[in-house]
Write a protein that binds this ligand. Structure first.
Ligand code: NDP
Length: 276
């Protein structure tokens, strides 16, 4: 299975489809990531918050896959925002992952009430300048938060990882990203396994194409140009979610899926969420 790669704004390539591990307990993470690597995934998305970086690192260490064929993302949690705390957070994540070079480091949420994301970004810029990370980005940033980074710092984020699925396609934010050379990465690409997976519109498209609802939705993301990181602990689903590169949706399929938009979020509102 060959997953296409997208070039970020600094030329570094990111596999367009990766494996998310939110809510996977550390004790189960090694096995899940091993299954994903065996299936052909080469991109893993974790975070300090998920408390499973050690499991990710163990699976990578035992895989025997050359490090430069893997792409690993982790994130700085809200409680570690600020210049020095963000550097310390990165060092601790790297110890848990057992890595000396990270592919992508993200600020997990803007947490605007804390008002520390600009200082946090300067820490990420330093790590990037020192060659400790191959790319830096953000997550859950709204245009106003990105604009502050453009105005007050030097490096334009490579990626913004945001909640995005057929119920919340984020068209305006995606257009803003495109205008500024930022890739869009979709979290909860399957709407966390919710009702969209049983939606008759998706089911009908899948029946015609001989594909599952999850595969239809992941294909929709790929055709939009999103980086996508579905999570599963179920081996058959882990393999199924990667098998989305041998078919295409029609323009009618895409507009039928676009019609599912409700604008409803599953996760918190980035303008107000500042939990530490
Ligand atoms: P997803 O949209 O990936 O959905 C995961 C759920 O869908 C699980 O319950 C899983 O079940 C189920 N599922 C997976 N594949 C299938 C399938 N083929 N058929 C039916 N059900 C399926 O949600 P996530 O929230 O996990 O998002 C993906 C990743 O994004 C996270 O793991 C994390 O890495 C990242 N993320 C980032 C956030 C941020 O703030 N930056 C916030 C949330 C997530 P099961 O595991 O039981 O198979």
């Amino acid at each position: 299975m060959t997953v296409p790669a997208l070039a970020m704004n600094n030329g570094v390539q990111i596999p367009q489809l990766g494996f998310g591990v939110f809510l996977v307990p550390d004790t189960e993470t090694k096995a899940a990531v091993q299954t994903a690597l065996e299936a052909g995934y080469r991109h893993i998305d974790t975070a300090k918050l998920y408390q499973n970086e050690a499991g990710v690192g163990a699976a990578i260490a035992e895989s025997g896959i050359p490090r430069d064929e893997l792409f690993v993302t982790t994130k700085v949690w809200n409680s570690e925002q600020g210049f020095d705390p963000a550097i310390a957070s990165f060092e601790a994540s790297m110890d848990r992952l057992g890595l000396d070079l990270l592919d992508l480091l993200l600020i997990h949420w803007p947490a605007p009430d804390l008002n520390r994301y600009v200082d946090t970004w300067r820490a990420l810029e330093k790590l990037y300048a020192e060659g400790r990370v191959r790319a830096i980005g953000v997550s859950n940033f709204q245009p106003a938060h990105l604009q502050r980074l453009f105005d007050e710092t030097s490096v334009v984020p490579a990626i913004n990882q945001i909640e995005l699925h057929p119920l919340l396609p984020q068209s305006e934010l995606r257009a803003f990203h495109a205008e500024h050379g930022i890739l869009t990465e979709a979290w909860a690409p399957l709407a966390q396994g919710g009702s969209v997976l049983t939606d008759p519109v998706i089911a009908q498209i899948g029946e015609r194409l001989g594909k599952s609802p999850a595969q239809v939705i992941l294909r929709w993301h790929i055709e939009l140009g999103n980086v996508v990181i579905p999570k599963s602990v179920t081996p058959s689903r882990i393999r199924e979610n990667l098998d989305v590169f041998d078919f295409e949706l029609t323009a009618e399929d895409r507009s039928a899926i676009d019609g599912l938009e409700t604008g409803d979020r599953i996760g918190p509102d980035p303008d107000t969420f500042s939990r530490v």
